[in-house]
Write a protein that binds this ligand. Structure first.
Ligand code: UDP
Length: 324
């Protein structure tokens, strides 16, 4: 079995490749615009190129006998998507249509798609299920929902089976500390706090203290990247074993932590104190986003293995090693 991992050099993609290659052969397709040093071994090969380039996909589908595609390659910054919507519709929507077109042409019929909690917009519930209404409020969330809709239409008429995974807040690093979370620019809370505690940033900003949450700061559901990686493999095996087809699943821990709580756990794990600036709200941040992952637990037996302290502990080990 050979799996094409689009975006396999990025944060979640590289962790999934690491887990996948214990069992499967992998071809990584990445243009390396936001990816960073990733891991290759005798079960993983690498193709550099753009997903939206049909010639690149022709080359790959002719050269390798691909059984399934895991699609992580996307731009994922909410603020940037508001400033530059065409970039998001081009890279996240148009390029994915090219990929699906080529999958149909070459008869590759299994697809695992990385979607997001941003498809829910500002939900009217504190525990989001897959039945919660989707109403994305930025081009990033809209671009992901568009592909979800396209997948549903395509699978009605073509031999294509898919699973959509809506991630909540991915965090943490592989237990080997060989790979971890690093974006440029970094916008995510946990890496920013850990970089600060390692002396790489002067202070951290808490965006908004007047939300309708217990301590006034935003509440999010943080999920270990290895738990996400495992969910992809279960989803793929679920398609192969005909346990699921054309389904959408949330992926979260089901527990919400505020920005202040995250900073406290980072301080505890590192043994260092943070310098905190309380700042205005960041545009487009909903107060609370917490997932119910009951559906994937019931249908695929997925269960997150890592709690918040383990997530932050793994991230701390990786960041500490990187800054040595
Ligand atoms: N956040 C913050 N300071 C930062 C980065 C993030 O207060 O330097 C807050 C952000 O406003 C949000 C939460 O931390 O409420 C998680 O943000 P992140 O960007 O990590 O993930 P998101 O939930 O936006 O996908």
């Amino acid at each position: 079995m050979t799996i094409l991992v689009c975006g396999g050099a990025g944060y979640i993609g590289s962790h999934t490749v690491k887990v996948l290659t214990s069992e499967y052969d992998v071809v990584i397709l990445d243009n390396l615009t936001t990816g960073y040093p990733f891991l290759l071994n005798d079960k993983a090969s690498f193709e550099k190129g753009d997903l939206g380039d049909p010639a690149v996909l022709d080359r790959i589908f002719k050269k390798h006998n691909i059984d399934a595609v895991f699609h992580f390659a996307a731009n994922s910054l909410v603020g940037e998507s508001v400033q530059n919507p065409l970039k998001y519709y081009k890279n996240n929507v148009s390029a994915t249509i090219t990929l699906l077109d080529k999958m149909v042409e070459y008869g590759v019929n299994k697809f695992i798609f990385s979607s997001t909690a941003a498809t829910y917009g500002i939900p009217d519930t504190d525990l989001i299920t897959e039945d919660t209404a989707t109403n994305p409020i930025n081009p990033y969330g809209k671009s992901k929902l568009m592909i979800e809709d396209i997948l549903s239409d395509v699978s009605d008429v073509h031999n294509l089976e898919y699973v959509v995974l809506r991630y909540f807040n991915a965090a943490g690093a592989h237990e080997s500390a060989e790979i971890g979370e690093s974006h440029d620019p970094e916008t995510h809370l946990i890496p920013i706090v850990l970089q600060h505690l390692l002396g790489e940033r002067k202070q951290i900003s808490v965006f908004g203290t007047d939300y309708d949450t217990p301590d006034g700061t935003c509440v999010r559901d943080y999920i270990h990247v290895t738990d996400l990686a495992n969910a992809h493999i279960l989803a793929y095996e679920g398609l192969v074993n005909k346990e699921v087809a054309n389904e959408v699943f949330n992926l979260g821990n089901g527990a919400g932590y505020s920005v202040k709580e995250i900073i406290e756990v980072c301080e505890k794990v590192s043994g260092k104190s943070a310098v905190i600036e309380y700042a205005d709200r960041r545009t487009g941040d909903p107060a609370t986003l917490v997932a119910s992952s009951k559906k994937i637990e019931e249908k695929l037996g997925w269960k997150p293995q890592f709690d918040l302290e383990e997530i932050i502990g793994s991230a701390w080990r990786w960041h500490s090693k990187e800054t040595k």
